[in-house]
Design a protein around this ligand. Sequence first.
Ligand code: FES
Ligand SMILES: [Fe+2]
Length: 406
Amino acid sequence: MGKHELLEMTRSLIDHSKAGTMAQAETVMAIPATDYTDEKLFDTEKKEIFRRLPLMVAPSCELPEPGDYKAMDIVGVPLLITRQKDGAVRAFLNMCTHRGNPLVQGTGNAPRFTCNYHGWTFKNDGALMGVASPKDFGDIDRAAFCLKEFPSLEKAGLIWVTLDPKSPLSIETFLCGYDDLLSHFHFENWHLFESRVLSGPNWKTAYDGYLDFYHLPVLHGNSFGTDFYNRANYFAWGPHQRVATPSSKIRGPEDEEPVDLATMDESEWPEDAIMTGVWTIFPHISIASFYGGGVRGAMISQLFPGESVGDSFTTQFYVMEKKPNDPEVIQGAHEQFEFLKHVVRDEDYATGKRQHEALQSGLMDQVWFGRNEGGGQVFHGWVKKLLNTPDDGLEALFGAERTATS
Ligand code: FES
Ligand SMILES: [Fe+2]
């Protein structure tokens, strides 16, 4: 599934490359500069976007084995993700049902968790197993003291959770069919190589950068080089967008010549060559492929709003198609990932932080997105749309997109 759409996009990229064009948005668009600096709006975004929509919380390869778990804090919500004996993933509010102490921290493997406050114990399926000194505590209905569960879905080797136990929006509907496209990475078979956390600017300022190829040869002129195209075509499935260069020449490992799809029969197009570009998952994920050490890898960037309007933090996961054993491949992949740290931290996010400080002067009314920056236009359009959609309108909003987009 999704294969014909991948071929269609590739044809469009090749056609635009031959014509020396790109698909442009209808008009130039402005948004108020305060959209990036307003504390009240920032709180509303956390509530209406991050606490209402499915979020991609982990690549499957971060929790590959039964018993694996990961605790995280997302916009103030303590989350615990566990992999069950049968391989399924479940997600819980990471709060002991006695008095609310977070049950676990970090990552690990455990079939059960004991609260470090008074010693209640829970199974990794959320069931309350044991109350410490039960005779002294008194009678309770244990079934009513399970961990609170969040809706979750594992698809395409990625795990989504909605931080609203009563969410009326199905995660499948939210994905608008985009998961069928993402499944062509086959992430369920990949390996987590390394991860790290970077601090960044306002979450939308940071996300703008992932949706923008316009800046590549300029801001990244010293790192990626100046011969990078600054054009991109944007393909949208609801709010989820793939950003790809209109080119037929696709780069693989450094020591190999780029393949030219325009000279090949479609049936011979390699799958990795039709998955190029940046795959974003609204509202906070970006996925891009690299070949450090000669082996296919991808950086999955997972962005969350921070404490205040000017802060965000990003977990960068470097995942690899095959677990590397060769020390040279390991070193090459490590260097690739270090390079990406430098690019994002010292170029993208450093610029975003300066931009944010300047916008906070309040002396600029609007910021602009050109006809060549359609990705940003779509992203900000969706943020606005979501702030105006009540809970019971979410399913219809995303449901309408599944058939409307191509
Ligand atoms: S808060 Fe967990 S056992 Fe008391
Ligand atoms: Fe960038």
